[in-house]
Design a protein around this ligand. Structure first.
Ligand code: ZN
Length: 412
């Protein structure tokens, strides 16, 4: 399916350092070493509601990785999916009385518009679950050939014991897996399963639900195997970074890696698993079930500068859990006004140190708050709020302008 329009990204006068990210599987900061283009897969939305600030934080985080790689001299192959058929989407469509496919189209378009407004670089492959059903079927057949699939009624299940590395992505013990599995779409209590943690890879046709023909009978694929199939098709196994929100660590990324490692033995699914923190509002994690959502599109409609939204996100380290408040937005609006004043001077404080600090910060586990602080220091030096105005670099504003755009995605 179509992605969104890419913003122009200026080039920088220097090349950034090698990029390190925190890998959930090892719990350590690992240096990414792309061979050829850097390959990244980030799990996309289920389009039944507008993009909330939790989504925006995740996609801006991995946009920083995309940009850090580009600034380090790599090409990037970025793949993102759209879960355009899934239980929550079908339930919402039924509840509000619209066709599920229409709802998915509409919300996916809203997501594209939000991403464009936030200057998130589009994926090279933006792939829907529905259009990928043949890919998922092919992966399920490979899992079947490996003896990892069994049937319960008209559904097919994947045996978690088929992957010797099961548990390595999350590092969780079985008790914790069991507790969370049911909360996040799993069915630990289903009769007839060999292991409560086994996950569905093919859901047989149900009354009133859309279904597609397959060698296993009519139905639709499970969510985990969809992502595995799309990633293997467009990136191949052993790609550089699997990304998503921290609520995808288990079961989604654990199962996805397992499917790939059983389908293609001997190769790790991804080299690193990176996860963005959760955003809260009114004291609780932002979620559709709680209804405590701040929508990017709603802020855009009320004429909020999308760059101010992006700056709020950049001021929180991507791995931290944090709470959105409107005060942070107004503060970001003020900050951008000050930055624009400094940039309007043309000359300013020496730009070489701020370029170096920003690129180094982002290459060190996407430390956007440190990068923002480096820009703030340059602005203060340029405007003289820390003493005399510094205008020692005649081209400083042009350089910092490009830096903000290329590294942080802020076009001022
Ligand atoms: Zn996924």
């Amino acid at each position: 399916m179509r992605a969104w329009t890419s913003p122009e990204v200026p080039s920088l006068p220097v090349t950034g350092p090698a990029v390190r990210v925190h890998d959930t599987a090892t719990g350590a900061l690992v240096e990414t070493r792309p061979e050829g283009p850097a390959r990244m897969y980030v799990c996309g939305i289920t389009p039944y509601d507008a993009t909330h600030m939790g989504h925006a934080a995740t996609y801006v985080a991995f946009d920083l990785l995309n940009r850090a790689w580009r600034n380090a001299g790599h090409e990037v192959t970025y793949v993102q999916n759209v879960t355009d058929v899934d239980d929550p989407l079908l339930e919402r469509a039924t509840r509000v009385g619209v066709d599920w496919a229409e709802l998915a189209l509409r919300e996916t378009q809203l997501f594209r518009d939000d991403m464009e407004a936030l200057r998130v670089l589009p994926p090279a492959h933006y792939v829907g679950a529905v259009e990928s059903i043949p890919l998922a079927v092919a992966v399920i057949e490979r899992l079947q050939a490996a003896g990892a699939i069994y049937q319960v009624d008209t559904d097919l299940y994947y045996s978690v014991t088929a992957d010797h590395a099961f548990g390595d992505v999350s590092g969780w013990d079985r008790d914790r897996m069991l507790e969370i599995f049911g909360e996040r779409g799993g069915d630990p209590d289903r009769e007839g399963k060999k292991d409560p943690l086994d996950c569905v890879v093919w859901r047989g046709e149900r009354e009133g639900e859309p279904s597609w023909p397959s060698p296993f009978g009519p139905g639709r694929p499970g969510w985990h195997v969809e992502c595995t199939a799309i990633a293997l098709e467009h990136l191949g196994a052993g790609f550089d970074v699997q990304g998503g929100g921290s609520d995808l660590v288990f079961p989604h990324h654990e199962m996805g890696a397992g499917h790939a490692q059983v389908a293609e033995p001997g190769v790790s699914f991804a080299r690193a698993y990176a996860h963005a923190g959760m955003v809260a509002y009114d004291g609780e994690k932002m979620s559709k079930s709680k209804g405590n959502l701040v929508f990017v599109s709603a802020l855009r409609r009320s004429e909020v500068d999308p760059m101010a939204i992006r700056l709020v996100l950049l001021r929180h380290h991507y791995r931290s859990d944090w709470e959105w408040t409107d005060d942070q937005l107004w503060d970001a609006v003020d900050t951008l006004a000050t930055w624009r004043r400094a940039l309007a001077l043309g000359a300013g404080a020496d730009s070489a140190p701020v370029v170096e600090r920003v690129l180094a910060a982002l290459a060190t586990d996407l430390d956007a708050p440190a990068a923002v602080q480096a820009v703030q220091d340059w602005v203060e030096a340029t405007l003289g709020t820390t003493g005399l105005a510094d205008t020692s670099d005649p081209d400083a504003a042009a350089t910092v302008h490009r830096l903000l755009d290329a590294a942080l995605g802020l076009s001022l």
